[in-house]
Design a protein around this ligand. Sequence first.
Ligand SMILES: Nc1nc2c(c(=O)[nH]1)N[C@H]1C(S)=C(S)[C@@H](COP(=O)(O)O)O[C@H]1N2
Ligand SMILES: [Mo]
Length: 423
Amino acid sequence: MSEDDLTAEAAYESARARQWRERLRGPVSRRTLFRLSAAGAAGAGLGAAGGLARPADAAGPIVKPLPPELFVAHGTNAETRWEAMRDQGYLTPADRFFVRNHIATPLIDARTWRLRLWGTGLHGSPTEERPVEFTYEDLLGMRAETITAFIECTGNGRGFFTSQQGQQVSGTPWKLGAIGVARWRGVRLASVLERAGLTRHAVDVLPRGLDAEYVDGGVNMGRVRRPLPVAKALKDVLLAYEMNGAPLPPDHGHPVRLVVPSWVGIASIKWLGDIQVSDQPLFSPWNTRYYRLFGDAYPPEGSAPLTRMNVKSAFELPWDATFPGGRVHVLHGRSWSGNGRIRQVSVSTDGGATWHRAKLHGPGHARAWVRWQYPWRTPSAPGSHVLMARATDETGATQPATVPHNTLGYLFGAVVRHPVTIS
Ligand SMILES: Nc1nc2c(c(=O)[nH]1)N[C@H]1C(S)=C(S)[C@@H](COP(=O)(O)O)O[C@H]1N2
Ligand SMILES: [Mo]
């Protein structure tokens, strides 16, 4: 099967990409385009006819400081160092919350920002040119709701496909730091959809970011957007304008982002600009060519689009941590699952030969993580050891020893082997 036939949707996407390239050669000169993209606003001059907000001026890929003791930088992305969570409470502070940017953080003025809803799933089928609009003030004036939830990149743990399983995958080689838990405050997407005139026939919503268009391998995929079924949109999705009690920072979606609890991070669209609401199923590259499982274990068009995250655990330790021998050292960590609460965590300090129950403590929100600890009597002789943590959630889902390969390296849910040294 040729790549063109991957799926009907993929063929549609590549046809659209071709049309896009043809448009680029049209009225707007290459020079102008270069200037626009240099400003992080490629396509602003082309998209204007659509009546959508122009992508805002971009800053660097990431605006906030990324001190090396808090983050590991990966190009336009940065992962939290787990040791930076050791002295923290339940939540991940914004200064150490991981950042996953397809392109770059745009700076958007909340005063001129508008959320635009349009499509055949709304009464009167408002068009993209004449959408239903909400200002930032409009949203602040609606009933607020607060939820504690993780946002986790679908590729969190991707690096372990290679380091533990010897497999090639593409994408950012995260360890386990592409997750954070925050208290998000905002308005329910359900309330906004209702006000905009949601019909009984709506099936999908397609939220889209205001960051620049994403180009992959020379193909312009358009702005970051991923369809969400109406059922999930109405269930527990938030349009968040606050993170941990402060206005949403630029890198995390200012002025408004989606928070789609328990689901793959890509669903939680940042810098939200518009939402198409449709009475037909919607597609974008983010539910056709990305965020499905591809590879020998999966059908050629990939698995179904990914939704819930899986079970994972991490120690609040540096990679290759060093301990003095012959003492009791309390190991701390956190475990989480997109299926709900964590029921049990076991720790092995001998590479998986024996397992011991960890003690769970503090809150264990269904859509976030639980903290745990285990007192380890360190061996007296110097040497290398492997620590492992394995969680089981309320549905009985647990962490296996290995996971089947997928080419994009998503959902690495196997037990991670954490190397430490006794000095
Ligand atoms: N507009 C937009 N939304 C986006 C992204 C993006 O690049 N652009 N990245 C997505 C991905 S892949 C993830 S994992 C989360 C990361 O959220 P964070 O950067 O606040 O941690 O945002 C999602 N929302
Ligand atoms: Mo992600």
